[in-house]
Design a protein around this ligand. Sequence first.
Ligand code: GLA
Length: 414
Amino acid sequence: MMTSKISRMTWVAAFAALLALAILTACGPGKTTKEPPAAPTAAEAAAPVLAPVPPMGFNTWNKFGCNVDEKLIRGTADALVETGMLDAGYRYLVIDDCWQVSRGTDGRIVADPERFPSGMKALADYVHAKGLLFGVYSDIGPKTCAGRPGAAGFFDIDAATYADWGVDYIKVDWCHCDDLDAPSEYARFRDALRRTGRPIVLSICEWGRNDPWTWAKGVGQLWRTTADIGDDWESLVWIIGANSRHADAAGPGGWNDPDMLEVGNGGMTFDEYKTHFSLWAIMAAPLMAGNDLRAMTDETKKILLNKDVIAVNQDPLGVQGRVVIERGYGGQVWMKPLADGSKVVAFVNYTERELAQYVRWSQIGIPSGPARVRDLWAHEDKGVHADTGKHYDERFEVKVPAHGVVMVRIWPGQ
Ligand code: GLA
C-alpha cells in the first residue's frame, strides 16, 4: 500500500515537474524539438477537409492594425452581408492582433474589456447569426508581434477557450520564436485544436521562414510564404514572385498564403489592385479582404465582388496557376486549369506603358481548333476561333494597361 502510494506521489511530482519545465521552456531560447508532425489517424483521414478551396473572408490587420473593437467587428459583419460579400464567398471574419490584453488567474486569455465589453463569446454569436464564421489571432511564442499575450505554455487552454467561444479560424503568428522548430510547434498547436473536437482552420503565419511549403499541409490549411504585404506596387511584385515558386505545394486542404489583400486601402491604382486580385485568384491564394468594408468605393466593389474572378480562385480542382510565358520586356502570361476543362489566362504588364501580349493555344495546353473566350474583367464573351480572320495561328491577343492585367477564361472546343 505504502509503496504504491509513494510511487503514485513520485509519478505525480515527476509529471508536475515535467509540466512546469515544458511551460518554462516553451518558446524559450535554445529549444529545438524536432518531432515530425504526426501521421493522420484513420478518423482524421476520414474527417472533412477544412479548406477544400482557398478560405475567403476579412481580416482587420491591413487597415486597422491594433485599432480593433467590437463596434468595428459588428459593423464589418453587417457590411459583409449588406454589400454582397458573404454571398460572393467571404465567410471568415477574423480579428488580428491586439484583441487580447492579459491572462486570468485560471490561465485563460482575456480580451480587452474596454474594446470588447460584451465579450468574445457574444461577438462570435453575433457574427454567426449573420451566417459568417469567426476568427481570432495568436502567436506560438510568449507574446504576439504587437506584444500581447501569446500562446506559449497555454496551447490546450487557449484552444479550449476558443472552442468555447465558437471560433472557426485562428491565425497563429511566429514572433519571439526564432529558436523553435516550426513544424513541431505548429503540429502541437494543431493537436490542441483537434482535442477540442471543434473544426477550426489553422492559418500558419511564420512568413515562409521555415519552408512551410515542405511541411505545413496537414498541419494548417494555409501558410504564409512571405513577409508582410505593403499597400504598394513594389511589395506586390515582390510577393507575387516569391509565392509563385511554391505552386506544387498548394491544393485542396492546404494553400500558399501570400498575405491578405490590400485592395481598397488607397496605396495602389485601380489597375494595380485588379492585378493584385487577379493574381491572388490565379495563385489559388486565400482571399482575405483587408480594407474597410463599411466604406467601399464602387471601384473597390468591382474588384472584390468580381464573381468571374472569384470563381477562378474557388475552383474545386484547386491548382495554383503558374507563369507559362515570361516575356523579356516586362510581360508575363499565367495559366490555371479549372475543373470543367477550361483554362484561365492572365496577361500581366509590369511596365509603365501599355503592352500588347498574346498566347497560343499550344502554349496553354488547348487543343488546336475553336475555343470560346470570356474576358473576366470586361465581363464580355469573345468568340475566338483560329479562322475568324482577326486572330491567326490560334492565338489570342490583348492590350494590357501599365501595371495592369487582362484575364480571360478559355473553353476548348466550343
Ligand atoms: C505579423 C503578421 C501580420 C500581423 C501582425 C500583427 O507581422 O505577419 O500579418 O498579424 O504580425 O502584429
